[in-house]
Design a binder for this molecule. Structure first.
Ligand code: AMP
Length: 286
């Protein structure tokens, strides 16, 4: 596996790959890799000639008071894990090299951000879209791999790729979970033992909501209430429990089509998110 930090060196290598017709699969991450990231890496490696992973804790997507400084980092361990997962090229640029200190242009996301995490994390998705535009231009991938655990991010990237006519296939990958259902996350290390025991209730709550929909419930408020009641039994503070069309992320009076039930909970040192996407049309056809 090649490990590159320098942008001009990266460009040279990517151009070499392109000149001999190699397909590139790209997995953007912030590191502190776990099985979720490695599933994306493995898929990228199997479906492309070259798998590229970036590890970059992107300052532009953290707001004031968020955990940019405290975000867990372990590049040495990550390097070994990435290589074992089939990554051919690991790109870990510095923040200075990615951002001009006085930028000329930043990407602003206009839709799909006034709900879920976007509502409380102002500017977060602008930071995500800006850094991804840079990465997509540098890495020139045919396919880009994103986890559906961050389903709002997938919806935003879907909008970015289509609005800017990017020739990139967006591959959304199912959430990888611990045995008890908790979605794997780099932030799980910040849960206390008590919180770790309670955290699987987040997914249980979403499953309960999905079960109601499967049983015929079409009133979003009833589904939200059922899920929120379960999450409310944890010591975490509910940030949101919401239900929208997916990937448009618009409110429905009566549930139909593809919908997302998503929740965020703040524990003492970690804010956890999770979601379930349910295709009601698909379900009704079965
Ligand atoms: P992050 O390092 O948190 O920015 O995540 C990098 C990529 O890994 C994103 O596309 C995430 O959605 C994805 N990811 C994170 N956790 C999981 C998980 N538990 N299952 C699947 N994908 C994940």
């Amino acid at each position: 596996m090649k490990h590159i930090t320098d942008i001009s060196e990266l460009k040279t290598i990517i151009n070499q790959y392109k000149s001999v017709g190699k397909s590139i699969g790209f997995v953007p991450t912030m590191g502190f890799l776990h099985e979720g990231h490695l599933t994306l890496a493995d898929k990228a490696s199997k479906e492309n000639d070259i798998a590229v992973m970036s590890i970059f804790v992107n300052p532009a997507q953290f707001g004031p008071g968020e955990d940019f400084e405290a975000y867990p980092r372990d590049l040495e361990r990550d390097t070994k894990l990435a290589e074992n997962a089939g990554i051919d090229l690991l790109f870990t640029p510095s923040a200075d090299s990615m951002y001009n200190c006085d930028p000329n242009v930043a990407v602003q996301v206009k839709r799909r951000t006034d709900v879920l995490c976007g509502r409380s994390r102002e500017g977060h998705f602008d930071g995500v879209a800006t850094v991804l535009t840079k990465f997509f231009n540098l890495i020139k991938p045919e396919r880009a791999y994103f986890g559906l655990k961050d389903a709002q991010q997938v919806a935003v990237v879907d909008g970015l790729i289509s609005d800017f006519f990017m020739d990139i296939e967006l591959v959304g990958v199912d959430t990888v979970r611990e045995e008890d259902g908790l979605a794997k996350s780099s932030r799980n290390v910040y849960l206390t033992e008590k919180e770790r025991n309670e955290a699987p209730r987040l997914y249980k709550a979403l499953q309960q909501g999905a079960e109601l929909i499967r049983a015929g419930e079409r009133n979003p408020e009833a589904v939200i209430k059922a899920a929120a009641d379960i999450i409310g039994t944890t010591s975490g503070a509910i940030d949101y429990v919401e239900l929208y069309s997916y990937p448009e992320l618009t409110k429905q009076d009566k549930l139909e089509g593809k919908v997302i039930l998503a929740a965020a909970v703040k524990f003492s040192k970690a804010r956890l998110i999770d979601n379930i996407i349910i295709d009601i049309h698909e379900m009704e056809r079965i």
